[in-house]
Design a binder for this molecule. Structure first.
Ligand code: ACM
Length: 403
């Protein structure tokens, strides 16, 4: 092992909020990056140099992410940044990193319909989460959907894609409503009244951050039974469930590549390492896991380039694979997005996600999902999850590290 030096370091910028509405999940993403950096530095750094994070709190305000990205590049001399949860924040960062030719890692599910040569996308796109989720819901709950979302680009675009999927499956959207990012009790009451009037079979929520916590609690307080009519979501993860509490969260459903309850050697190791650094792993989310594996993939690529040059790093990262806590992931050289696992889980009585369905092989990202294929043979392979360690079918991606 090479002894790391601190006089010459690799600097990486971090833009996750520890205040404001989406800090509930962004804190877990920041921790994912810090954990990976801690592990990398403890193992000798990258080619003998430690990674040094430079981190700012954008306060969950989209414009602040753009302003701070500029500051990281112009003042802190950083050319690699990881950050953002809301797509509205990423859209502010995008022109900055493109103009400056920096490299940006985005470890969050999103609506798709974007490509930048300066971005490596580590979260799920609709073909990796919305399609299997819609199929599962139509099979198990019914075909009448009600959509509720926060009022910005991700919920509106994601719901447009979901509407298309539901229609193709013979279902209908019986209502659709958008809440302000800082939704209050009155805003949520309007949604609850509409749900009571429309009697959907399932609610698809693209509400984010603190709004999620308020929505689920109010839904429960109004006497709704999640086991009969659940709220299904891509943005209600372990961190939000912790705040909602098990009573109001039980029975609701989320689709994601990763849940902290999955059993695998790699996940056990990840959670133990996280607990060692942060005291508890109960708020670990799929977005945290994505931040963690993206940071490791960056460091492995840096080990090969020995340079922070954006072009060299991108060329090394495209096609790279990594044994992540969720299973094997791979950066798709066609579009800079990531092959990811696909899972659907339900919250149990003690507030833990229990995986109901999973596809134990990575799905190719299709960020431009114009015509979803509900007969995609991948989804025919979704299996009922077992409590045992998953027995992954032999995969051509398995076991390889970036390179
Ligand atoms: C999101 O806004 N991409 C969750």
């Amino acid at each position: 092992m090479t002894r790391p030096t601190t006089d010459s370091v690799w600097r990486i910028g971090i833009l996750f909020s520890s205040t404001g509405t989406t800090s509930v999940i962004e804190k877990s993403q920041r921790n994912g990056v810090l954990l990976a950096i801690d592990e990398i530095n403890a193992a000798g750094g990258v080619n003998g140099r430690v990674i040094e994070p430079v981190s700012y709190d954008p306060g969950s305000v989209p414009k602040e992410y753009g302003r701070l990205a500029e500051r990281l590049i112009a003042e802190d001399q950083v050319s690699v940044i990881i950050g953002c949860y809301m797509s509205s924040a990423r859209k502010q960062v995008l022109p900055v990193i493109e103009r400056r030719n920096a490299l940006f890692f985005y470890p969050t599910l999103y609506e798709g319909f974007e490509y930048s040569p300066n971005v490596i996308y580590g979260g799920a796109t609709p073909n990796q989460n919305s399609v299997p989720l819609a199929l599962y819901l139509m099979e198990n709950y019914g075909k009448n959907f009600y959509f509720v979302g926060s009022d910005y680009i991700y919920p509106r675009e994601s719901n447009r894609v979901m509407r298309n999927i539901v229609r193709q499956g013979g279902g209908a959207v019986v209502g659709e409503r958008y809440l302000p990012i800082d939704a209050g009790a009155d805003d949520i009451q309007v949604v609850l009244d509409e749900i009571a009037a429309k009697q959907p079979d399932v609610i698809f929520s693209t509400v984010v951050g603190e709004g999620t916590v308020k929505l689920y609690r109010a839904y429960h307080a109004a006497g709704n039974d999640a086991r009969r009519v659940p709220i299904a979501s891509l943005t209600t993860n372990e961190a939000e469930i912790l705040e909602i509490g098990p009573e109001a969260a039980a029975g609701h459903i989320t689709a994601a590549p990763y849940f902290r309850t999955i059993r695998s050697v790699e996940n056990d190791r990840f959670l133990a390492s996280y607990t060692r650094l942060f005291g508890s792993s109960s708020a670990v989310t799929s977005c945290c896991e994505a931040a963690y594996f993206q940071t490791h993939m960056f460091a492995l690529a840096l080990g090969r380039t020995n340079s922070l040059d954006t072009g060299q790093l991108r060329e090394t990262l495209l096609g790279a694979t990594f044994e992540a806590p969720q299973g094997v992931v791979k950066i798709d050289p066609d579009n800079n997005h990531t092959y990811l696992q696909s899972r659907i889980a339900k919250v149990n009585d003690v507030g833990e996600f229990i995986v109901e369905r999973e596809l134990i092989r990575p799905i190719k990202p299709d960020p431009y999902l114009v015509n979803p294929d509900l007969n995609d043979r991948n989804f025919k392979l979704m299996v009922t999850a077992t409590s045992d360690y998953p027995q992954a079918p032999a995969s051509p991606l398995a076991g390889r590290r970036p390179g």
